[in-house]
Design a protein around this ligand. Structure first.
Ligand SMILES: [Zn+2]
Length: 286
């Protein structure tokens, strides 16, 4: 059995503030340790049900060099490196392919515009107002579920702040396990469970996720094809730059669209456009 893990950081145990999210932050080193431990907790949980399982983990946050390789469980391999389109065209789902059976999304967060959502954003907070798949506003959970769904791979587990559960259940097929790591108060505050507790929950959740997969209870998220990913930017200049990418259509002042025959193509196009839209390459892309 092969399990693909897309690991983000905002939904990780104990993470509530920007200071924890970027290498310049004083509390970043602790947060990346917590991120690695959350990932290890789901790996050990899945291994209880499927001792021969193999894992590929995609570091899917910011500089994408957060997870600590030397502390990662030996059953996993790790995708490390910034998500420039040349490096990682599938961004947070880089490394996934048709050989995987299920996907886990750990440390995920709610989409841009979520009322009082913990560190909510979609892909790039400083640039993106909304992302739509076939007209429906989505967050990174539904977006990446659709990317792995390209290969028929279902999402078996999602972890993050409790508030993410409603978004995930509203947008991706039933059956997956949700593990809540903290209760959100606002954009930068939450009532957090300690690692001693979340590791147990993640471990049990992953074991249950594998059981559900074996029972045939999971379904891949497959938006209707051909598919359109619409990106609405904060500023008109961003949409103009994004529309320079071949195949990208300008929809209106602040919006562009990537239309393609497959979700994989559309996601790659949209990500390329989002990277182009940022006048100056942000530090985490270099
Ligand atoms: Zn994210």
């Amino acid at each position: 059995m092969k399990i693909f893990i897309s690991a983000d950081m905002e939904g990780v145990t104990g993470v509530v503030h920007r200071d924890q999210l970027m290498p310049e932050g004083k509390t970043y080193e602790r947060a990346r340790k917590l991120m690695t431990e959350d990932v290890n907790a789901v790996i050990t949980g899945a291994l209880r049900e499927e001792p021969a399982a193999e894992f590929v983990v995609c570091d899917g946050h910011g500089v994408m060099r957060n997870l600590i390789l030397e502390d990662l469980h030996e059953a996993a391999q790790l995708v490390i490196g910034p998500a420039s389109p040349a490096n990682k065209p599938l961004c947070q789902s880089q490394g996934c392919d048709e050989t995987f059976d299920v996907a886990f999304f750990t440390g995920y967060h709610t989409r841009a515009g979520t009322e009082n959502g913990l560190l909510s954003h979609t892909w790039v907070g400083s640039a993106i107002t909304n992302i739509r798949v076939n007209g429906e506003i989505v967050g990174e959970t539904a977006l990446n579920a659709a990317v792995v769904g390209h290969w028929g791979i279902p999402v078996a587990l999602v972890s993050g702040a409790h508030e993410l559960e409603a978004e995930a259940r509203a947008t991706i097929p039933e059956g997956f396990v949700f593990v809540g790591t903290k209760q959100t108060y606002g954009f930068t505050a939450a009532l957090c469970l300690p690692p001693a507790k979340t590791h147990k929950l993640l471990n049990e959740g992953a074991a249950e996720a594998v059981r559900r997969f074996k029972q045939g209870k999971l379904k891949a998220h497959k938006p209707k094809l051909p598919v359109t990913i619409g990106v609405e930017f904060h500023r008109r200049e961003m949409a103009a730059k994004a529309a320079e990418v071949a195949g990208i259509e300008r929809e209106d002042e602040r919006s562009i669209a990537a239309k393609a025959e497959t979700m994989k193509q559309a996601a790659e196009q949209a990500w390329k456009a989002v990277c182009r839209a940022q006048e100056e390459e942000p530090g985490w892309l270099k």
